[in-house]
Structures are given as C-alpha cells and as structure tokens.
Design a protein around this ligand. Structure first.
Ligand code: ZN
Length: 498
C-alpha cells in the first residue's frame, strides 16, 4: 500500500521533530546553563510549532481521509488501522479551531504560567485572577470546536482519559471518599510515627547510588534509559528505546529522591515495555495519564511502601547510606507510611493524597458548570480543605496557587492522579488472584513476575487500547474503586492497630 507507506514517512518527520523537542526539553531541565534559555526556548517553540502545523496541514487531511476509505482501511493490519483512526480523530478535533483562537490560547497559557511562577512566591492571587478568568473562557471556546458533542468539562476529561465523564468521576470519587475519610479519622486518633531519625546529611553520591540500586531492582533497562537530576522529577521518552527519568535530591532526607525514583521508574517501565512494533505509528506511548499514574503509583506505593519489599532491600539502604545503620526497619516502615493531613498535594501521603484530588475535581467542575466564580476560589479552597482534611492554608502559596496545572491551562487533568490510584488497586487485586499475594511474591524475590504481568496486561499495548479496554482486558471488569479502598483499609489497619 503505497499511500500508507507515504503516510508513515510523513509521520516519521513529525516524530523526528518531536524527538528534537524532547531532547531540548531534557537538556533545559537537566544541564542547560542559566543564560542558555532564550536560544533553547526559541528552538523548542519553532520545532513544536512545525510539528503541530504538520498535524493539521492539508497533507494530513488528505492522508487520513483517503486512508479511511473502506478499500484502504479494510485491508490494513490492526496497528495501521488504529494509527489512521487516531490521527483522523485528532485531525477532526483540531481542524475547526480557528488559528487565531489557537494562538491566543497558546500564548495565554505560556504567559499565565510565567506570571504564576512569580505570583505564587509573592502569594498574590489578585494578579492571577484575570488569567484564570480568561483561561477558563478560552478553554470553553476551544472545547466547543474540539469536542462539540460534550459539555466543556466532559470534553476536558475525555482529552486526558478517553471515554471518561464527569458522572463517572463523581461516582468513583464519592465511593473513594466514603472509603477513606473514616479511615483517616481513625488514624488521626492514634500515635503518629516518629520521623526524627530521618533527618541528617546525605550526600548526592550516596543517594544517586541508592536510586540506581532500586532502578536495578525494578529492572529499569539502562540501555534504553538513564537518570539525571532536575528541579521537578519527570519521565520523558521516545518509547521503548529511549526513556529517561529525573529525580531531585534533598540532602537532608533521602525519602524524597528515593520515592521519586520508584515513581518515575514506574512510568519508565511502562514506556520501556511498549511493543517495539509500535515505533513510528504514534501509538508507542502511554494510553492515558490515568494508566500512566497507575504504573508509577504501583511501584512507588503498592510495592515501594510495602513491608515485604523493605524486608528484602532495607539492608542495602543501610549499606549505601551509613546514616541509616541505627534506624530499625520497623521505624523506617512506619515512617514511610505516615498518614497526616497536610496542605500541599505533592507532599501528601498515599491516603490523604486522594482527598487533595477530589477537592480539585469538585472545584474544576464547578468552575466549568458556572456555579463558581474565579473570585471565590480562595474561599472555596479554604472551606473544602477544612471540610475534607481539617487543615487550612495560611497563604495562597500553599493553597490555591500551589499547582502549575490550572495556571498552564490543564483543567481536567487532576482526576487522572486519583484514577491512577484506583486502577493500581484493581491491578493489585488481579495479580493477587492470578499469581499470589504481593507480600509473598516480594519476599520470594519475584518482583519480576509482577512486572511481567503488568507488561503483558498493560505496558505492551501503548495506545493500541483505551484505558477502559486495558482495565477490562486485565481485570475482566469496569473501573472499580473497591480494591484500592480494601488495600488501604487492610494496610493501614495493621500499621495503626485500628
Ligand atoms: Zn507521575
């Protein structure tokens, strides 16, 4: 099929542009000298604009329309068919967005994010207010073109997690909330684990060695990835052959980098295990943010905060980090599983983290359904934090202005994080049903059996399957919050003697 081959050649050009933008992004975050920003931003902007233009160009239109004709599509293999369908869908979504509206939206988001960086530190909500207002209004306008059959908020959810609706999320989050709020209340009556011994001085070299050790443990492929240091940890890649992660070292406490490595390592394993046959089709990436987060959280929390995991590996921590030789395993285990309501999402524990997300979901939907005004955001934030977590921010920096998502226009993204937790609970339950108890598997050093299961049921497919198809295929059921609630209840009842 000559046309199909030509299309693949066209996609290859887009992919090469994208790979170049990834490398610039990587370099800017890990090693760029301070004065290098303007030149690199200019190159990055040019290359990503070129890639976007190619996606909505007449040539793309011609390819997807011709290749969607029955005599072409019916004679294609599954992968090519999916590739054509995905590009057609994305072309259809974007083709009607007026260019002027699109560029106004792009420049507003970058300006808003830039202003936010200063406003956050200056604790200045008033400056951000007009940006939020315009961003919401432009987002509504753009979504009218990209998702004309959906409400704005459903359209936004769908763009991060295909098929997801506000009603689904509402139902799942209600169940999650009902399951964890009483648990957190019970825990708060118990003695909190002591964490005093965790603070000290830990060199970067020690921590890097520790990170590399745990990447080996989870079998991160160093021939297809590497680790560097950046301000905020992230994973970036051209899956499956070049998947890179970063971490950030806190020289006073090793836990921050340690769990970042396990988290980003989980993201990276997902991408490294995508079937290489998908290279060049645009399908060689994670299928959604929710499924991606389910993998990072699986390695960070379900495995990385498991007692049996540490029974196996804690000796190595004590060997690499001499300052830990006087910290008993039990103390360490309780310390990495401390549950305590706090103000900042990214510092929250495994359990209360979900409530941070639920609060954001409730606020977002209200903003887009017209029941909440931007001016009332700080007050609503305050009330919800008090109601769900029992703590209230003393400034906007650790309140409404703490996250980059809204200032950069990423509305509808937050639910992915809690969905990731929900999915990870479902995968856990299914693994226990099919191969055996996680504790036992970890004690027997069979972590690779767990990874193979995830590789086979989740990782290999990339975007060949939607999130719901992945869940259905792996767990024979729809999305279900019960398994993660059961896991939380079982685990924390034991730690806190509930
Ligand atoms: Zn993540």
């Amino acid at each position: 099929m000559e046309k199909l081959e030509q299309f693949k050649g066209y996609l290859n050009k887009i992919e090469n542009l994208r790979q170049a933008t990834r490398l610039i992004h990587w370099d800017m975050s890990t090693s760029m000298p301070k004065n290098g920003a303007p030149a690199n931003i200019a190159a990055l902007t040019m290359l990503s604009t070129e890639a976007f233009k190619m996606q909505v160009a007449d040539e793309m239109k011609e390819f997807v329309e011709v290749l969607s004709e029955p005599h072409y599509i019916e004679n294609m293999d599954d992968i090519s068919r999916k590739m054509v369908q995905e590009y057609k869908e994305s072309y259809e979504e974007n083709k009607n967005v007026p260019e002027e509206l699109y560029s106004r939206y792009v420049s507003l988001t970058s300006e808003s994010q830039h202003v936010w960086e200063t406003a956050k530190h200056a604790n200045d909500f008033e400056t951000m207010k007009p940006y939020f207002e315009e961003m919401i209004s432009l987002t509504k306008e753009v979504t009218k073109y990209t998702k004309p059959d959906k409400s704005t908020y459903d359209g936004l959810l769908d763009s991060y997690e295909k098929g997801l609706t506000e009603d689904n999320v509402d139902r799942l989050f209600k169940e999650l909330k009902d399951g964890i709020v009483p648990l957190i209340a019970e825990i708060s009556k118990r003695d909190m684990p002591d964490e005093a011994l965790f603070s000290g001085r830990f060199s970067k070299t020690e921590q890097e060695q520790l990170g590399n050790y745990f990447l080996e443990v989870i079998r991160f492929n160093f021939d297809a990835g590497c680790m560097a240091e950046s301000e905020h940890p992230f994973t970036l890649g051209s899956a499956p052959h070049d998947v890179r992660i970063t971490t950030n070292y806190d020289l006073k406490d090793i836990r921050s980098s340690l769990f970042s490595v396990l988290h980003e390592g989980g993201h990276a394993l997902y991408e490294q295990h995508i079937d290489p046959i998908l290279v060049g089709t645009g399908l060689n990436e994670g299928t959604s943010m929710g499924i991606h987060e389910s993998q990072s959280r699986f390695y960070e929390n379900i495995l990385g905060r498991n007692k049996a995991f540490w029974e196996k590996h804690y000796g190595k921590v004590q060997q690499i980090i001499p300052g830990y030789q006087d910290i008993p395993l039990e103390y360490f285990y309780r310390g990495i599983n401390k549950v305590e309501p706090s103000l900042v999402r990214i510092e929250a524990d495994e359990l209360t983290y979900n409530l941070h997300i639920i609060i954001r979901f409730e606020i977002e939907r209200a903003l887009f359904n017209g029941t909440l005004e931007v001016a009332d955001l700080p007050a609503v934030w305050h009330d919800k934090m008090k109601e769900y977590l029992g703590v209230v921010p003393d400034c906007h920096k650790n309140g409404i202005l703490q996250d980059v998502h809204w200032p950069s226009g990423m509305f509808g993204y937050f639910p992915s994080y809690a969905l990731g937790n929900i999915y990870s609970g479902q995968f856990l339950a299914q693994i226990e049903k099919e191969i055996g108890s996680i504790d036992q598997l970890l004690l027997e050093d069979r972590l690779s059996d767990i990874t193979s299961w995830l590789g086979q049921k989740v990782h290999q497919y990339g975007r060949m399957k939607t999130p719901t198809e992945i869940i259905q295929g792996a767990c024979n059921t729809g999305i279900d919050a019960k398994p993660i609630i059961e896991y939380y209840t079982r685990k924390y009842s034991k730690i806190y003697n509930l």
